[in-house]
Design a protein around this ligand. Structure first.
Ligand SMILES: [Zn+2]
Ligand SMILES: [Zn+2]
Length: 560
């Protein structure tokens, strides 16, 4: 740890230098009266790293800091691939600790909460990871979507994610000028949470993305602390993990005191960790949560509801009679400032706190932002951000059904026979009792040890059979749940395109659309007419080294 000393000394000198400039300290949070006898609210922090990945504190340290910050629950999100069995929910220092995981997809980081141990590594394309998280019963939230660091930004807004961070402290920190950060370091020693809040600006781009998405389907938004209690000099590695020297700032307690999310509950949390975690996760899934910057004013309370259209509707819920008039009411425990009700992202009504009501009819997605005068940010960061109430018809938001395929022309495989491909450390066998129409059984074992590109593939030459066809169709099952990459390869260049598919132990009908295939490496759009080989590849993306298994394909057709 002696390597840390020069860094600490430098930081202290820097802090002292800026202190000499006698900069005013950020304002203390406005002290508000506690809300009345409304439903109990649990306050918690989302997106926290411990020393199990790149944070500096143990889960116990983090829970103790959360207790000092007055939180009721925390969501730990150490980096992983979902194959570590999550810790069961547990009360530590009186704080409910929920163990989640931050997955790395090709489009950015995706936090899965309520996920059981995954049967294979959850990696690869964001759309596939989102699908896996949902199938396994988890709930996924896009992390730091608009990070200043390109490698941490989210790239796939069409993927079927469940939620997103509208605010991420790490993103806010990265977009500040060095001068602001140096000033913050000096002030941090005196008013940590207020100083961190002074670095927040309203994330216009991210909020606009969210507003656009929620005109099409429900998407839950939360504020992510992205707490590591670690600020590095050598900064992040290729995965965006923190490495090298670091300071334990901002502290967990400071992060937790800056902003947090609120879950309104029907009854207070008990001491039954499993039951309490289930209620919190359920509220999160429903979007019955809001975010508040406690370093601006505390305690924070918001009630946002719609009346009419068949009763009272809360955040995350839907009024599904859009023809009826609806009254939207937002109420906080602050006086003055400004409250804004937005419809589909645009300002519908504004007025001072504590209460704003607006009558409306017609479809829309409605949410609230509340501001207090003198709050930090350029543009000012909202003190409170709600989740939406959706006034939408019944069909709205249902997943786009895979276009009912008018299958007209089926072309059998002309090529063949089936063959295998693999790296030196792995093994692969293919068996087909009744060529060319019988089921094809592929048995593999990937090489042990580190992930060094082990793979095993089942292949077949198809000549020009893909020309003017739109998709593959087949029935498949596997000896264990797995994800296999369906690939098409050009003979001349060796370029490949892929779409990964989930295989279950029960046979499933699978359709792989050529239009959904993405290039591996840097090749362009897929042209089926130029590919002459189809491959079903088991590789390091979704399979661990040393894994053995079998899958069976039946009735492979090339269709249009
Ligand atoms: Zn991340
Ligand atoms: Zn993170």
């Amino acid at each position: 740890m002696s390597r840390m000393r020069p860094v600490l000394l430098a930081a202290a000198a820097l802090a002292a230098a800026f202190l000499l400039l006698a900069l005013p300290l950020p304002r203390r949070p406005l002290a508000l009266s506690a809300p009345g006898a409304a439903a109990p609210v649990a306050r918690g922090s989302f997106h926290i790293h411990t020393n199990r990945s790149d944070g500096s504190g143990s889960p116990d340290d983090v829970a103790a800091a959360a207790a000092r910050a007055g939180l009721n629950f925390i969501v730990l999100t150490d980096h992983g691939d979902g194959t570590r069995k999550p810790d069961p929910p547990q009360y530590r220092s009186g704080v409910l600790v929920i163990d989640a995981v931050e997955l790395s997809t090709q489009a950015g980081h995706y936090i899965a909460i309520g996920l059981p141990q995954a049967p294979y590594p959850l990696r690869g394309e964001a759309r596939d990871v989102a699908e896996d998280v949902r199938r396994l019963g988890g709930f996924g939230i896009v992390a730091h979507p608009d990070s200043a660091k390109p490698a941490l930004r989210w790239h796939d807004w069409e993927a079927g994610f469940d939620g997103m961070e509208w605010l991420n402290a790490d993103t806010e920190w990265r977009d500040e000028q060095h001068w602001h950060l140096a000033r913050a370091l000096a002030r941090y020693a005196f008013r940590p949470a207020e100083t961190l809040a002074s670095l927040l600006d309203r994330p216009d781009t991210t909020l606009a993305r969210w507003d656009s998405l929620t005109t099409r389907r429900p998407v839950v938004a939360v504020a992510g602390a992205d707490a590591h209690a670690r600020a590095g000099w050598m900064d992040d590695d290729a995965n965006g993990y923190r490495r090298g020297w670091f300071l334990r700032i901002p502290s967990y307690k400071a992060s937790f005191s800056t902003f947090a999310m609120r879950v309104r509950l029907e009854r207070p949390l008990s001491t039954d960790a499993a039951a309490d975690a289930a209620r919190i996760i359920d509220a999160l899934k429903r979007g019955a949560v809001y975010s508040a910057v406690d370093a601006i004013a505390s305690p924070a309370d918001l009630d946002f509801f719609a009346t009419g259209g068949g009763g009272r509707t809360g955040q995350g819920e839907r009024v599904n009679q859009p023809a009826d008039p609806v009254a939207l009411t937002a109420r906080t425990n602050a006086i003055g400032g400004e409250m804004v009700i937005r419809k589909d992202g645009r300002v519908l009504a504004r007025g001072p706190q504590p209460e704003l009501t607006v009558e409306t009819t017609g479809e829309g997605t409605y949410r609230v932002e509340a501001y207090l005068a003198g709050g930090p940010g350029e543009p000012p960061i909202p003190w409170i951000v709600s989740n939406p109430i959706y006034v939408r018809g019944d069909e709205w938001g249902s997943a786009p059904s895979p276009a009912a395929e008018a299958i007209t022309i089926t072309r059998g495989i002309q090529g063949g026979p089936w063959h295998t491909e693999k790296d030196d450390a792995s093994s692969a066998q293919v068996a087909q009792a009744d060529y060319p129409t019988g089921p094809v059984t592929f048995t593999f074992r990937l090489g042990d040890g580190d992930r060094t590109g082990q793979y095993a593939a089942l292949g077949i030459g198809v000549g020009k059979a893909l020309t003017e066809r739109t998709h593959l169709a087949f029935r498949a099952h596997a000896s264990r749940p797995m994800r296999v990459s369906v690939q098409a390869r050009h003979p001349a260049t060796g370029d490949r395109w892929q779409r990964s598919i989930y295989l279950d132990t029960n046979p499933r009908d699978v359709i792989t659309r050529f239009a959904d295939m993405t290039p591996i490496g840097s090749s362009g759009t897929f042209d089926p007419g130029l590919a002459d080989t189809l491959l079903f590849v088991v590789d390091m993306t979704n399979t661990a080294p040393g894994t053995a298994g079998t899958f069976v394909l039946e009735g492979l057709r090339i269709e249009r």
